[in-house]
Design a protein around this ligand. Structure first.
Ligand code: HEC
Ligand code: HEC
Ligand code: HEC
Ligand code: HEC
Ligand code: HEC
Ligand code: HEC
Ligand code: HEC
Ligand code: HEC
Length: 452
């Protein structure tokens, strides 16, 4: 990955004795994901799924919208898990007073400059729903696709009829999903979004007919491998409030049905319309510690909905590779879930909301070791601190940020590290006495205690 294109103006110098992890409040001004109100489409609103653009248009805030939890943590776990050093990602800053600090680049796209997602194994395997949720089906999940020749009501990949007077298209995806390059960020066309997946090189036949064997290139049957009726008939923004209104999705009003089916409008409910696909906008808190329960707030859309008298409700699922844990929310509304996550081990996880087999998009969450001082004692000049989560001994150049401080009535005393392990730190501190406050600043957090 071409990384570290340091630009001076992007570097924020962090020089503090105490890193206030968890207190960094990020005021996120969303550019992508902001509710556009374009009704009727085209172009379609951008409340659900991923903004219909290409990776290069994403800005830092857009990355943080999904990566709302644990951005420093996910990187700092790589120090012990993957052998990264601080200077692989940070520049050392020499302050005028002779001390050192660390330069922090926060803008994701400075370092991650191509789509980091489509290199994931699930993408290579064509399991797009792993991250995109049930807005798409997987080609091998057994969903039904009509075998009859496309009929007059079958939607086209683009459109089947165009109103000569107004230019309005009907009968296919392009009736509503048209590009608009005047918006910021621009909405790209369907070929542009599907053809720009970074390092992922899919076979053309994953989405198109095999022209070598005489099939037509643009065949809706191929699109239905990922866009089957099951997912298409369950895409609607804020279903409980927009059922009956046109323009907010696929099943609001007959106008929407006609967008895909042209003249064919027969029922108020579509076949398989039911557990409308839920989606997550954001989760908080931004930092989760291992070994302790966390009450988490999840905001988003369609967490509960009612179709034709039937109520559907969601659970929260936490995934770690093949392992999953299903949690019942403490409280749930259509747009907010509060759930208690039991104590789990440090590591990277995915969180999603699942409603009658319909999955939301996946949101990454990161759990870090809890930094806790159990005891602090002094004998002569030697202060011994016992606890958990201290990690490895920090490199010397980060002494300003990570280490042990002893404070006596507010005055910070000089300390020298004698030894440092995950559970025990020993420092030399000549004037320390019982009653002084000792603080450990470790990579994943800090804790203080009174010397006993
Ligand atoms: C729509 C939500 C979403 C957005 C927007 C998003 N990400 Fe992600 N990202 C994810 C999910 C989900 C994963 C983890 C997938 C998994 O656990 O398998 C991930 C994984 C990653 C990874 C690790 C990939 C790997 O090899 O495992 C990187 C790096 C990353 N994201 C960076 C970014 C950057 C940079 C941006 C902005 C350009 C961004 N993300 C925007 C959802 C998102
Ligand atoms: C793989 C890359 C990577 C490595 C390795 C890494 N960091 Fe970071 N660090 C980051 C990123 C990215 C951020 C910014 C996170 C954000 O803005 O949310 C950050 C943030 C920080 C911050 C500021 C925290 C805050 O939010 O105010 C400090 C301090 C820091 N790192 C120290 C270190 C030290 C010390 C090491 C080595 C022990 C280290 N980092 C190793 C990527 C890394
Ligand atoms: C200073 C450079 C730098 C910045 C800024 C940065 N990253 Fe990274 N990030 C890295 C490096 C290096 C890695 C490790 C190699 C990789 O996975 O590509 C990494 C890895 C990741 C991972 C995967 C962690 C894992 O467990 O493998 C995620 C997720 C991620 N970054 C997201 C982000 C997001 C979101 C932002 C912005 C809020 C961001 N990064 C900003 C350098 C950076
Ligand atoms: C690891 C998670 C992940 C997987 C797996 C994944 N995507 Fe994505 N996809 C994302 C994220 C995050 C974005 C937005 C940022 C970016 O482009 O990297 C995105 C963006 C897109 C976009 C553009 C946005 C839009 O609404 O048009 C398309 C198209 C897309 N992906 C198609 C696919 C296809 C096809 C597959 C399966 C072959 C797939 N993705 C698998 C995470 C993923
Ligand atoms: C009647 C207009 C209309 C037609 C026709 C239409 N869509 Fe949509 N579609 C929408 C609206 C509106 C949304 C919700 C957009 C939002 O709020 O994010 C949507 C959302 C989606 C989503 C969810 C993810 C996202 O990026 O918004 C997918 C996937 C999708 N449409 C695929 C298709 C496909 C495939 C076709 C053609 C078979 C199609 N649509 C035809 C109006 C339409
Ligand atoms: C992830 C799905 C996907 C893959 C893979 C894909 N395409 Fe497409 N392609 C699309 C979509 C969606 C459209 C838009 C269809 C429409 O509007 O009728 C399209 C349109 C096209 C078009 C006609 C319209 C245009 O403006 O480009 C051509 C030609 C095309 N693709 C060629 C290819 C070739 C060649 C490959 C392999 C190198 C390929 N595609 C791979 C999804 C894909
Ligand atoms: C390999 C799976 C796959 C195939 C095949 C596929 N798509 Fe998609 N499509 C996706 C994914 C993933 C998204 C992004 C959903 C999201 O925004 O979260 C998407 C989104 C869309 C959208 C909604 C607008 C947008 O950009 O999000 C339309 C319209 C669409 N596809 C049309 C088509 C058409 C037409 C074809 C056939 C030519 C096709 N797709 C084939 C995976 C696929
Ligand atoms: C985003 C496009 C889209 C929208 C919008 C849409 N449908 Fe469909 N519908 C499909 C597709 C694709 C099929 C499969 C037909 C085929 O491939 O021949 C289908 C099939 C059907 C069928 C017959 C097939 C079956 O499974 O029995 C009916 C009836 C139907 N839709 C009704 C509706 C109604 C009613 C609405 C509006 C409430 C609606 N559809 C909205 C895409 C859509």
């Amino acid at each position: 990955m071409p990384c570290y294109k340091h630009k001076e103006e992007d570097i924020i110098v962090v020089k503090r004795q105490r890193i206030l992890y968890g207190l960094t409040i990020l005021i996120v001004v969303l550019t992508i994901g902001v509710a556009l109100a374009i009704v009727p489409p085209p172009p379609a609103n951008q409340d659900l799924g991923i903004y219909d653009t290409v990776c290069g248009e994403f800005a830092e805030e857009d990355c943080r919208a999904c990566h709302s939890s644990g951005v420093p943590d996910t990187h700092h776990l790589l120090v012990e898990d993957a052998g990264y050093g601080c200077t692989d990602c940070h520049q050392v800053i020499n302050n005028p007073d002779g001390s050192t600090g660390v330069g922090v680049i926060r803008n994701c796209v400075e370092c991650h400059d191509t789509s980091p997602h489509h290199g994931a194994q699930e993408a290579v395997d064509g399991h797009c729903s792993h991250c995109h949720g049930s807005f798409v089906d997987d080609y091998d999940d057994g969903h039904s696709i009509p075998t009859y020749e496309p009929s007059l009501i079958t939607p086209d990949t683009s459109y089947t009829v165009e109103d000569a007077a107004t230019g309005k298209k009907w009968g296919g995806c392009e009736a509503c999903h048209e590009p608009d390059k005047t918006l910021v960020p621009p909405i790209y066309s369907n070929p542009e979004t599907h053809h720009s997946l970074g390092s992922l090189s899919l076979e053309c036949t994953m989405c198109h007919g095999d022209t070598k064997s005489g099939e037509s290139l643009l065949s809706i049957r191929k699109c239905e491998d990922c866009h089957g009726t099951k997912s298409l008939h369950n895409i609607q923004y804020d279903y409980n409030r927009t059922k009956g209104q046109l323009g907010y999705g696929h099943v609001g009003d007959n106008w929407d049905c006609a967008g895909c089916h042209a003249w064919y409008v027969a029922y108020s409910y579509a076949p398989q319309e039911g557990p409308i696909v839920p989606s997550i906008d954001q989760v908080s808190p931004t930092s989760i510690v291992a070994g302790a329960e966390t009450v988490m707030n999840i905001t988003g859309d369609n967490f509960v909905n009612t179709v034709n008298g039937i109520d559907y409700t969601s659970d929260v699922v936490i995934e770690n590779g093949e392992e999953t844990m299903t949690l019942t929310p403490n409280s749930i509304t259509a747009s907010e879930i509060v759930v208690t996550i039991p104590a789990i081990d440090a590591g990277s996880y995915g969180l999603r909301v699942v409603k009658s087999g319909m999955n939301s998009n996946l949101v990454p969450i990161v759990v870090v070791p809890q930094v806790t001082i159990d005891s602090a004692t002094v004998r002569g000049n030697i202060v011994t601190v016992r606890g958990t989560g201290f990690g490895d001994e920090p490199e010397e150049q980060y002494a300003e940020l990570l280490g042990v401080t002893v404070a006596c009535e507010g005055n910070v005393l000089e300390t020298d590290i004698i030894s440092w392990s995950n559970a025990r730190i020993v420092v030399n501190c000549p004037s320390a006495t019982g009653g002084d406050e000792v603080t450990v600043n470790a990579l994943h957090g800090s804790d203080s205690a009174t010397i006993g």
